[in-house]
Design a protein around this ligand. Structure first.
Ligand SMILES: [Zn+2]
Length: 429
């Protein structure tokens, strides 16, 4: 073999190894929250310094996790100390744990040749290929829809699954999506596994889920961000849109602040480099417009919208400005049923699910997908924050089977409850 092969290989692997160096000497701290004042202190600090909030804590229940760069650390510690907040080191060097995570994934792939697509973190092209294959193999059950293009021109595709070609108005629609935030990799396998359970692996005792409900499953809302998180920056969260009038260095917006509901008011930063920058206008991003259009097209029949994120073990509902909907008791009941079903089979490493209004449980937000779904009239619109098992966004692949199975239980019970509530919704009309 010619030596140039090895030179190229060495070059490729050195580029590969260097990818995570942008997070060299970045550390992650756990921060204990005593009350809502502490939550506010941390939120203000996030706004001011652009520290990256990895997990939103809940006062006296769950600590926050914050990534801090070397430049941010002085003011970060000073502010926490001045306000009497306790913190502790969780990750000393983020670049190091990201490299370990990547090696772990490579090893997993080498050892599991027969893995199914949802037992791994499939790339965008693999997800599309799976959806195309399923649609081709089950033409009477599955329709592949190309909903439009991302900012960088990738097709955003979803599956419609129905035994009646989506034509029976007596059936509710269950709409779920994943990968709105790019680094939340485990959300896509969960959506893919749902497709598998409904189409390829339907069990006798779950026949009702397929026959009585129509499904819309969108595994990757933000393909540009997702691919970028594979190729360049594992911790990328936002879309990848470029708006040179806003910034020549920072790209993308927080898709989950870009919806047209209380836009740019709460839980956002006007700094285009911030993780919570909402964009110049509601629906500035093609990715959020696609979700908006699905909600609008099927609104009369969508009973539940499940906007899936990672991580934190929360089932949250609107509104992010702390106001509650008239159906809040039902909304809470269905969310609690989801949390209970998932908790029943949870791993010891995971926390219990916390259920509630997103503003009251965590902190106030605006422009979220969850709020928008509720605002336009979806009866049950949720943010589901999957477990991180102490690994934050780096959920090891050995946990994927469990998280798929566990989340499916939550999805199944909420689908059945959707059916019951949809019946009373339509009988009132
Ligand atoms: Zn998220």
């Amino acid at each position: 073999m010619d030596t140039s092969f090895f030179v190229i290989l060495a070059l490729v692997s050195s580029v590969f190894a260097g990818k995570h160096d942008i997070y060299s000497r970045h550390a992650v701290y756990g921060v204990e929250l005593r009350d809502q004042d502490d939550v506010a202190t941390l939120f203000n600090l996030q706004q001011k310094l652009n520290v990256d909030m990895w997990q939103h804590g809940m006062a006296r229940v769950r600590d926050a996790e914050v990534m801090v760069s070397p430049e941010q650390s002085k003011e970060f510690f000073e502010t926490l100390d001045n306000n009497g907040l306790k913190y502790y080191l969780k990750i000393e060097d983020v670049s190091k744990v990201l490299k370990e995570h990547e090696e772990d994934l490579a090893k997993w792939r080498r050892n599991r040749n027969n893995r199914m697509i949802f037992q791994d973190y499939p790339r965008y092209a693999e997800v599309n290929q799976y959806m195309e294959e399923i649609a081709a193999r089950y033409p009477n059950l599955v329709t592949l829809v190309n909903a439009g293009k991302s900012f960088e021109g990738r097709d955003i595709k979803y599956l419609k699954i129905s035994t009646t070609n989506f034509e029976d108005p007596r059936k509710p629609v269950y709409f779920m999506d994943g990968m709105m935030h790019a680094r939340e990799w485990v959300t896509t396998p969960v959506t893919m596994y749902s497709i598998f359970r409904l189409v390829e692996n339907l069990r006798d005792d779950e026949r009702d889920l397929l026959e009585d409900i129509d499904w819309i499953i969108l595994p990757i809302v933000n393909p540009d961000g997702y691919e970028f998180s594979h190729t360049d920056d594992r911790l990328w969260r936002r879309t990848r849109s470029v708006n040179l009038e806003v910034s020549t260095t920072c790209f993308g917006v927080d898709a989950n602040r870009n919806f047209d509901v209380d836009f740019n008011t709460l839980g956002v930063s006007r700094d285009p480099c911030s993780q919570t920058y909402p964009g110049v206008a509601p629906f500035s991003e093609p990715e959020t417009r696609i979700v908006r259009d699905i909600l609008s097209k099927y609104l009369p029949r969508i009973q539940l919208y499940n906007n899936i994120h990672s991580h934190g073990n929360y089932v949250l509902f609107g509104f992010g400005n702390n106001t509650l909907t008239p159906n809040v008791a039902q909304l809470h009941h269905v969310a609690a049923a989801m949390g209970t079903a998932m908790d029943a089979v949870k791993l010891p490493e995971a926390g219990y699910y916390l259920i509630g209004n997103s503003g009251l449980v965590l902190y106030r937000t605006s422009g979220s997908a969850q709020d928008y779904g509720q605002h336009v009239g979806v009866p049950f619109s949720y943010t589901l924050e999957l477990p991180g098992y102490g690994y934050d966004f780096r959920v090891p692949p050995s946990f994927i089977d469990h998280i798929n199975e566990e989340t499916w239980k939550g999805i199944a019970i909420t689908a059945r409850l959707s059916k019951i509530h949809y019946r009373s919704r339509t009988s009132r009309q």
